[in-house]
Design a protein around this ligand. Sequence first.
Ligand code: NDP
Length: 463
Amino acid sequence: MLVDYLVEDNKNVTAKEYMGIFGNPIKHTLSPVIHDTLSEAFGIDAKYVPYQIPVEKLDAAVKEAYTNGMLGLNITVPFKQQVMESLVDIDPAARAIGAVNTLVRGAGGFVGYNTDMPGLARAIASEGLKLQNSKVILLGAGGAARAVAYMCLKYGANKVYIINRTFENAKKLADDMNACFMCEKMIPVSAADYKMIPKDSYFMLQCTSIGLHENDGLPLIDDVSFYEMASAGVDLIYNPAKTPFLCLLKKLGIPCMNGLKMLLYQGIMAYELWTGKEVSDTLSEKVYRNLCKKIYGDKIVLIGYMGVGKTTIGKHISEEYGYKFIDTDALIEQNFNMKISDIFEKYGEMRFREMETELLRTLTTKNENYVISTGGGLPLREENQKLLKTLGKVYYLQADADTIYSRVKGDKSRPLLDCEDPYNKICSMLAIRDPKYRSVADECIDVTQNTPAEIASKIIQNN
Ligand code: NDP
């Protein structure tokens, strides 16, 4: 019976409808975070549960799930090929890729789809990156690389070099995809021959499992000049958040992302197939944040004008609830061993804003609980607004100009107030910033009514 394969913690779960995932092992799957967040948001009384299926029981389990009325299923390692035997139909893209990760109810049984492929395409688009007309280098030729190779051709890549440790696997993948798209765009390359790839600008997709383990180095090619050819990069690995491949690209200033958004969107697209719902960008962001929280730890972000208590409240949260405290201004001063006013003077405001953005990016990859107090101007930059939202729940600590003035007047450490009429300056800056803070915030908290300890406790309860 299917229920015998339910992962332990789920035995008492009750709901009107069920979705699930079959794999082996499956205990550490993150998929319930995606689907349960979506069901909650849509008000659907459904739960998503993982089943650890013995290899020889897969066919019977798929059929039992259909008979039981299971709304939809995901299929993961090691069953993505094997499950194709148990379906009434298979979507042509999934058939060409040779792997199914999503089962949708059809007449008389489940129909198989592959949402890894469009999921990655949606993840890439969500980062503003483009595959169309690009030249691609694909590292790896395993199961995931097949979906990625298919995606490259479907979304308009001009040429794709597939580099792999085992040349025969790269060749097989290239031959299959060239045949499927009736083209000659895929070129297999053995890792030892990487220098035969012409010097050019390439979208690099890292699909090997190198980078999963602590002591792993660069994938397949240990030559920095090779990676300098990247115009953008994706590593399918998301845990750890930063692999050696991503660290190098970042160091070279090349836009890059890990595989967590691929995981996110393959799940979202499966959910859309099962329920007919359309998941908005805002809801996708919420799910993404929950995923980040689960893997990389919880982050509380405090924004607002000077004098509203971001540091005091942040420190309360840190001391009382065990979060690490970061003040972005203080950290930048510490990292660069310079006062912010000196950074402004020596490098200009633009450079300082870039430092803030770099710091936010680094924080998104930290696997711990943080409370982050941000500089007053940080949330005004568009790029930072997106990063803040993915980082964690954003709280706008809000106060009126009179309260702020009474708190900061006479404070000589604030260069912005070093002017003839500081009160008027506060009023005019606040008028500009307040709507921007509100648009970034998940929640606005009036800090004039409660003590810092009360506000800290309220934030923890809401988070
Ligand atoms: P496979 O086992 O099917 O393929 C592994 C690939 O890595 C092959 O190309 C293999 O080369 C290569 N490889 C493995 N070890 C080495 C090594 N020591 N040296 C050189 N090459 C090596 O795995 P998948 O394709 O299923 O997964 C690959 C990665 O993608 C995994 O890390 C997985 O976590 C990630 N992934 C992420 C997803 C997401 O949603 N973000 C979804 C699916 C996968 P060879 O052919 O020579 O064996």
